[in-house]
Design a protein around this ligand. Structure first.
Ligand SMILES: O=C(O)CCC(=O)C(=O)O
Ligand SMILES: [Fe+2]
Length: 356
């Protein structure tokens, strides 16, 4: 049976009879206090699965992010209510930008070309922080810039803490990771709203195709199930990640795999129709993606004895964070020319611990 505190008021219960991922629950309060045991749990989670729950509920001032997230959930729902023609005005993919709107069904979820079943709206951190030209945006976003700024700052400080603790446990030179993830640095960091409507009973499919995240650290809030992770190993099976109130789901992306030559994991995940009685509800999620600054080369970092050497004969691709993110983010769009599914892959094979 689920404990009362593990359920969301007003949201149908997550079923008890589906396979769920046994993710570690880390405490933000203990991480902030740099508790040794908690830091060890963080390293373990990042090396073994690259996903964990972060309990924010008793983290003092840092609990503000929960209120920010509640507010953005409301803004996100209102934003998606705008007419499709209006939302499409903010699709900037023709300019090779992944910020702004993505309509449902313009991306593929697999190599067979099946189409996605969710809408996105991506809001740039640099835009909100005033370090890039503001993108055209609907009034609902323009009038809520303060809420975005607050959420971005709170999310970024969680990311900064995680990077600081990982920097220490990897034995990297002081601030190696912090220096390439500055709040004021030019980067592809973004807030993403996701909306997936209920799917027809006889045709429930993957809404968001399997992928690894592209950047460094992702902080995710959701209330309905549907997110699934694929544990490492050839015979692994998909497991649901059950949303927990007061918690964020945190996961690492490709950049951390590249920086650590595979020591840290960026786990494959996807979104399917929510399980059980949740399937009849509209699913929203709210994500903060932190990525290395645009000009940072995505390659093995020097200076740590824990990061494995490159294997004999391996030459790393020369690519910076900006180009990597563009290739990954736009690679699965059907409406962007010169882009191929196979070229859009990230660190999936490494993630599954299968030999390439
Ligand atoms: O909606 C979710 O739970 C996950 C979304 C996700 O994986 C993504 O946007 O990269
Ligand atoms: Fe993701």
């Amino acid at each position: 049976m689920q404990k009362q505190e593990d359920t969301f008021p007003g949201i149908p219960l997550f079923p008890d009879d589906v396979p769920t991922a046994p993710l570690l629950r880390l405490s933000l309060k203990n991480l902030l206090a740099e508790d040794e045991g908690e830091i060890q749990k963080l390293s373990k989670a990042c090396e073994e699965i690259g996903f964990f729950y972060l309990d924010i509920s008793d983290a003092g001032e840092a609990t503000n992010i929960l209120e920010d997230a509640d507010k953005l959930f409301e803004i996100g729902a209102d934003l998606f209510e705008l007419p499709l023609e209006e939302k499409r005005k903010y699709d900037f993919s023709a300019q090779k930008s992944y910020f702004g709107y993505k309509a449902q069904g313009v991306g593929v979820v697999d190599r067979q070309g099946n189409l996605d079943r969710n809408e996105f709206y991506n809001v740039s951190k640099d835009d909100i922080m005033g370090i890039s030209q503001p993108l055209p945006a609907p009034d609902i976003l323009k009038s809520n810039r303060n809420s975005f700024e607050s959420f971005i700052k709170s999310s970024h400080s969680i990311v900064t803490l995680i990077l600081k603790l990982l920097n220490t446990s990897l034995g990297l030179p002081e601030s190696t990771l912090a220096k390439v993830h500055r709040l004021e640095g030019v980067s592809g960091d973004q807030v993403r709203f996701v909306k997936a409507p209920p799917q027809p009973v006889d045709d429930r499919r993957t809404a968001l195709g399997e992928h690894t995240d592209f950047g460094s650290v992702t902080v995710l809030f959701n209330r309905l199930g549907g997110l699934q992770v694929l544990p490492p190993g050839a015979d692994a099976e998909w497991q649901y990640v059950r949303p927990l109130p007061g918690h964020a789901i945190v996961n690492l992306g490709d950049a951390m795999v590249k920086f650590t030559n595979g020591l840290l994991r960026s786990n494959i995940h996807r979104v399917v129709s929510p399980p059980g009685q949740q399937a009849d509800s509209t699913r929203y999620s709210l994500v903060y993606f932190a990525r290395p600054e645009d000009d940072v080369p995505l390659r093995r970092l020097e200076g740590s004895s824990r990061i494995p050497e490159l294997e004999e004969g391996v030459v790393e691709e020369a690519i910076n964070s900006k180009d990597w993110i563009i290739r990954r983010a736009l690679g699965r769009r059907v409406d962007v020319p010169d882009i191929e599914y196979d070229k859009s892959v990230g660190t999936e094979m490494l993630s599954r611990r299968l030999k390439v």
